[in-house]
Design a protein around this ligand. Structure first.
Ligand SMILES: NC(=O)c1ccc[n+]([C@@H]2O[C@H](COP(=O)([O-])OP(=O)(O)OC[C@H]3O[C@@H](n4cnc5c(N)ncnc54)[C@H](O)[C@@H]3O)[C@@H](O)[C@H]2O)c1
Length: 325
């Protein structure tokens, strides 16, 4: 039986991935600190409870920090692979605590990879981000771009972690180590502070939404089910050594187009208020996904309208559940 260590496995992307691994019969150890940032611990507890209920026996959830060497050594031993999703996410909050972002995202990654190397683990998957491309990379962004002008401490921490991983792998060149650059991931149980979930919550409650800038910023939104399939594909077929892959839709939309699509999905008119673009937000993200297509046999399947419908029906079921409880 395949046995995975999934860090951040009760977070948004992590719990979807953990469910997919358990559903195919694998066993999973989750390492997560259930931190209260950038969104409440209770949502992570809920994910852990639901997963434990659904898959008792093949899931072990360990509460701990990715920077603990002892924990990393104990949990990496004997695993099929480490899928390292834990980290402090979010561009804007990274300006409030850049030191903590650096510790968790860089030191935490080095600690886990070091433990995996010592344990002889053949695979280490790292969750990186489209934010590494900043504003200086020609679009669509390709994986070989230098990505050396990050716009936020978060972006810098992800790029730094990628570079640390690239250097460390020289010691174990046979190890497979895909660096997966996710492009704005959305879907049911998305982090509550992120665009789409926060917008649709407001829309469904009849409140106006706040859009940053004039609506021309572009984002490459990617459904979480596509991201999970991409992680599984990379875990299965990524080659030896370090290799970066963009996991994005490859079809960016402007925020104005997103608002129109959300109105269609929610079946309601949307009232928009405007605010200045926050520090660290890039002008556009746009993935070149040809490498993931050709080398991983992956491509996104869920178009924006279909994906938004999954968020609307999840939020509607949440509203019904809270109204009846
Ligand atoms: N969601 C996106 O759009 C997106 C885009 C690009 C990259 N990513 C990256 O993907 C990963 C997962 O993102 P997500 O959206 O699911 O975020 P998330 O915050 O829901 O998940 C991250 C998980 O890591 C855990 N964690 C944080 N610090 C930890 C620590 N010190 N020790 C152990 N666990 C810790 C959190 O409790 C959380 O459960 C992150 O690394 C994020 O940077 C996400």
């Amino acid at each position: 039986m395949r046995r995975w260590l999934v860090t951040g496995g009760v977070g948004f992307i992590g719990h979807h991935l953990t469910r997919a691994l358990l559903a195919r019969g694998d066993s999973v150890t989750v390492l997560d600190d259930f931190s209260d940032a950038p969104y409440p611990t209770r949502l992570k507890r809920r994910h852990a409870e639901v997963l434990s209920r659904e898959h008792a026996g093949r899931l072990d959830v360990v509460e701990g920090c990715v920077t603990s060497r002892e924990t990393a050594a104990r949990l990496t031993a004997g695993t099929t692979g480490v899928i390292h999703l834990a980290g402090l996410a979010g561009v804007r909050p990274s300006f409030a605590d850049p030191a903590r972002y650096s510790v968790v995202n860089i030191e935490g990654t080095a600690t886990l990879l070091d433990a995996a190397q010592r344990a002889g683990t053949p695979l280490f998957v790292f969750a990186s981000s489209s934010s590494v491309y900043g504003n200086a990379t020609p679009l669509p962004a390709g994986e070989d771009a230098p990505a050396i002008v990050p716009e936020s401490p978060y972006a810098a921490s992800k790029r730094a972690a990628e570079l640390v991983v690239s250097a460390m792998i020289r010691k174990t060149p046979e190890m497979r180590c895909p660096l997966l650059r996710f492009f704005t991931v959305y879907g049911p149980w998305q982090r509550p502070e992120m665009a789409i979930t926060s917008f649709l919550r407001d829309v469904m409650a009849g409140r106006p939404i706040t859009v940053f800038g004039d609506g021309s910023m572009r984002r490459d939104f990617t459904h979480v089910d596509d991201i999970v399939r991409g992680i599984l594909a990379a875990a299965d077929v990524a080659p030896a050594g370090v290799r970066a892959y963009n996991l994005g839709s490859g079809a960016p939309v402007t925020l104005s187009e997103l608002v129109t699509a959300m109105g269609r999905a929610a079946g309601r008119p949307i009232q928009v208020e405007r605010a200045p673009v926050p520090l660290g937000d890039v002008e556009a993200t746009f993935a070149d996904i040809s490498r993931a297509r050709s080398e991983l046999g992956w491509q996104p399947r869920i178009a924006l309208d279909e994906g938004l419908a999954t968020v609307v029906s999840w939020l509607a079921s949440e509203r019904t559940a809270s109204a009846t409880s």
